[in-house]
Structure formats: C-alpha cells, structure tokens
Write a protein that binds this ligand. Structure first.
Ligand code: G3P
Ligand code: MG
Length: 243
C-alpha cells in the first residue's frame, strides 16, 4: 500500500457535496489520486456513502439512516444543501463508489462509520463488498474506523486488507499495543504535535492526518514526518506542494 500525500476528504468535499459521486469525480479532476469516504448501512443492509447517522444535514430527508431502507434513501436529494448546481445528486451505494474509483483510477480510504449498534454488521458488509469488488492485491485500498468493534471485526473477517487505526487524538502507547494489526495511523490535525508525530512514526507505519485545508499547516505536518493529509480542497494542498 502506497498512500499519496494528499487524499480528497469525503471526495473533494470543499467543492462538491461530500460522499457523492460528483465529489469523487471532482477530486480526480483536481489531481487527487486517492479519496476518503464514510460507509454505513441502510435499514435493509445496503452499504452506502454517508457521514452522519441522520439525514438532515446533507440531504432533504429526515431521520436516522439506520431506520430507512435503501428504496427511500435513493429518492433523497444529497446535493442541493451544498449548492443549487448539485440538485438531484443522490447518495451513492458503495458499489457505485467502487466502480467510479476504478473508472477514474483512484485509490481509496474506506472509513467504516457504523450507525449506533451496527458496528459488526457494517464491518462485515465493507469486508464482503471489497472482496467482491476491489482486490486487496491492488494495493490502493485502505480501510479505517474510529470504532474499535468495527476494527476488530474487520481484522478477523478481512485480514488481507490494510486497516488503519483512526483516532481523534494521538493514540497512547498502550492503545497502540492493544490495537492488534494496523497498517497506518490516522489522527485529527488539531491534536498533533511534532513530538507526537515522532512517537507515532516510531511504529513504522504511515501517519495520516485529517482535515487539512491550509497549505501552511500541510507543509508543517510533512516537515514533521506526516505521510499524508486528508483535505476537502486537495487542489489547494497539491498546488502549494508543487509550487
Ligand atoms: O477518516 C478521516 C476523517 O474522515 C475522520 O473524520 O468525521 O470526517 O469522518 P470524519
Ligand atoms: Mg471520514
């Protein structure tokens, strides 16, 4: 697995509605080689791209994703909240997302983002979907999760896929020791210091940081040894790196 330095966060979510196919396509157009997305299950166990557990913020629907079947989810408008130009954009299935990445030559960090109580089912669904659609041997797919249960289930059911330890603060040495297998560490930029980067890098796996939209901050992180940043505006970070 070779992670590029800039990963489009939820696609290019500063330019297009997050976790939609148009946001994935925009990331590729803007030069990103990988995207990060959030995956969760509908009430009837269809794997979709969606960040929140509820529909209100990013769609014209209401209620909990876990309570609504895919036949209803697919009717929702997931674009107009972002800008009128995106009216009619739909919540994609995970399968449609994978097909889009493969068409565009994009790699992906798939974040398992279970709705409450659905950790095991969501981890298994991501594992099964990847097995059917995206071989681990391609080296351009990385799975991650904040959810310890989702991570431990995924480790067992899909050991062939790299799994990232995703944490809102730098994991302690005890947490790293207890985490089992991990292929990368992903940490909130707001909590990272030079000292923590050095400590985490001593584990010998790539260190990734979210969400970085300012080139100055990206440069500082790379100077400390961070391997990759997730950005809503990958073009802005890539432009500054190439300048
Ligand atoms: O996977 C990195 C980042 O996406 C984690 O936070 O809330 O944006 O999914 P969030
Ligand atoms: Mg995410």
């Amino acid at each position: 697995m070779r992670v590029p330095p800039v990963i489009g966060h939820r696609g290019a979510s500063g330019h297009a509605p997050e976790n939609t196919l148009v946001a994935i396509e925009r990331a590729a157009t803007l030069g990103a080689r990988w995207v990060e997305v959030d995956a969760k299950l509908t009430a009837d166990d269809v794997l979709i791209l969606m960040h929140d557990d509820t529909l209100e913020r990013t769609t014209n629907g209401r209620g909990a994703v876990a309570a609504i079947p895919y036949a209803e989810i697919i009717k929702l408008d997931a674009g107009s909240w972002f800008a009128p130009a995106f009216v009619g954009e739909r919540i994609p299935t995970f399968a449609a997302f994978v097909a889009t990445c493969q068409r565009l030559g994009l790699g992906a960090n798939v974040e398992i983002k279970p709705c409450p109580g659905r950790s095991r089912a969501t981890a298994v669904a991501v594992a099964e979907a990847l097995r059917g659609l995206w071989s681990a041997g391609t080296g351009n797919v990385l799975v991650s999760s904040f959810d310890p249960e989702a991570r431990s289930v995924f480790q067992v059911v899909a050991p062939e896929y790299p799994l990232g330890l995703l944490s809102s603060s730098p994991p302690t040495e005890a947490a790293l020791d207890a985490a089992g297998r991990f292929a990368s560490i992903h940490v909130d930029v707001k909590t990272l210091t030079k000292k923590e980067v050095k400590r985490l890098k001593s584990r010998g796996v790539p260190l990734l940081s979210y969400t970085v939209n300012e080139p100055k901050i990206a440069r500082r992180l790379f100077g400390w040894g961070v391997d990759a940043v997730f950005s809503d505006v990958p073009d802005r970070i890539l432009g500054a790196l190439n300048a």
